[in-house]
Ligand binder design. Structure first.
Ligand SMILES: O=C(O)CCC(=O)C(=O)O
Ligand SMILES: [Fe+2]
Length: 393
């Protein structure tokens, strides 16, 4: 290692993740995230995916984690010594920043030896601000670019900061590594997975793929001005969709319950007749559609699916507006929080209600494929107490 490298052990890799991997993780985050541990930050952890009945969504992380760990061990000369302590998708919206720090700077973080931050979207393209800076050594500044990764030791040889995000949503996949096996997240995740999958007979696997929302406060974004919104409703709203609840209001006076049960989605003057099990189910399908839009869009949607959409009636419109006033009291706040030119009106309009039916089938196939891989990998994961790519035959 050169002198500079010894003083500041770090590595920047370009295009370590493919554009498709970045998009898939973005889909997962935008359909599953909760409000995070600091203001204006959102996160999706692997244990959260398991807890909300979406354990299959950890599959897209697996080969990325394997590759990162291998690269980390090779770069810092610690082959077979590292354990992954934490894996999570983290996004920062307008107003989020972090001052100079090292990643092991708290007693409860002392086990952290190395960090890897993968950028899933790009500076100036999807967000403004949010530059990463090292206090000393080279490079001094890193402009996040989708697919790039920075790896560094978690100690004070790599003190760093992130400038405030001033527009848009900055998304990363962050991992921390430890030499201490007692902080290995894999063994904990394997036991949670075994528990949650043991309840499910495989014949009902399809039903099992439906997400289960966590408690409503985990989705409530609160701004400095003490106004706020539900981030799931907000993310649907940004793509032009509204919610129509099918719950009997007299039986569930608590408004947050309205998102936990069956609902429909609406756009403009129209309602999709198809019911979703809860808000997360609707959000997953819509975000999946957003991710895959170019593949899913067909030219002849008019014939088969048009009967699935009907005009919104007056009482339905009232329900839609009532929900909006509870979960999205200030629409402007959503745009200032997440908005960026990438949410141009034309893009919003390009996602039609009628195509959602095609997206539902395609989302179900995707979900089942992941669940199958999860079920076939789990026996090996249990044996080795690690989560790793299991090649199917
Ligand atoms: O997102 C980044 O670029 C780094 C974030 C960071 O420093 C941290 O979470 O400790
Ligand atoms: Fe950090």
């Amino acid at each position: 290692m050169s002198e500079g490298k010894r003083e500041h052990p770090r590595l920047i890799l370009h295009n370590f993740l493919s554009p498709e991997e970045c998009k898939e993780l973005e889909f997962i985050h935008k359909s599953c995230s909760t409000v995070g541990y600091r203001p204006n930050v959102f996160s999706t952890t692997l244990s959260h995916l398991i807890a909300t009945d979406s354990p299959h969504l950890i599959i897209p992380f697996i080969s990325i984690r394997d590759r990162l760990k291998e690269k980390m061990e090779e770069t810092f000369g610690c082959e077979y010594e590292l354990f992954i302590e934490f894996t999570g998708l983290i996004s920062w919206c307008r107003g989020a920043s972090i001052g100079w720090h090292s990643d092991d700077n708290r007693q409860y973080l002392k086990q952290r030896d190395f960090a890897a931050v993968c950028y899933l979207n790009s500076y100036e393209k999807e967000f403004k601000g949010g530059l990463f800076r090292f206090q000393s050594g080279e490079p001094a500044t890193v402009a996040p670019s989708a697919g790039d990764v920075i790896m560094y030791t978690a100690d004070d040889r790599n003190i760093h900061s992130v400038d405030e995000v001033t527009d848009g949503e900055r998304l990363t996949l962050a991992l921390w590594f430890s030499r201490d096996s007692s902080h290995d997240e894999d063994s904990k995740l394997v036991s949670r997975l075994s528990q949650c999958l043991s309840h499910q007979p495989s014949s009902k696997s399809h039903e099992f793929c439906l997400p289960l929302p966590a408690s409503s406060n985990m989705y409530w974004f609160c701004s400095n001005q003490n106004t706020g919104f539900d981030i799931c409703v907000a993310r649907l709203h940004l793509l032009g969709f509204n919610i129509h609840s099918l719950q009997d209001k007299d039986h569930s006076p608590d408004a947050s319950e309205q998102l936990m049960g069956p609902l429909q989605i609406a756009k403009g003057e129209e309602l999709l007749i198809r019911k979703f099990t809860n808000i997360l189910h609707a959000l997953q399908v819509v975000q999946f559609y957003h991710w895959k839009a170019s593949e899913l869009k067909t030219s002849n949607v008019e014939d088969g699916t048009v009967k699935e959409v009907k005009a919104i009636s007056q009482p339905q419109l009232e329900t839609i507006n009532a929900l909006k006033s509870v979960f999205l009291p200030d629409e402007g706040l959503v745009t200032t929080t997440f908005g960026y030119p990438c949410y141009k009106e034309d893009q919003k309009d390009s996602l039609g209600l009628k195509d959602i039916s095609i997206a539902i089938t395609s989302w179900e196939e995707y979900t089942c494929k992941l669940l199958k891989e999860l079920l076939s990998s789990l026996p090996q994961w249990k044996t080795y107490q690690t989560i790793h790519k299991v090649e199917s035959d």
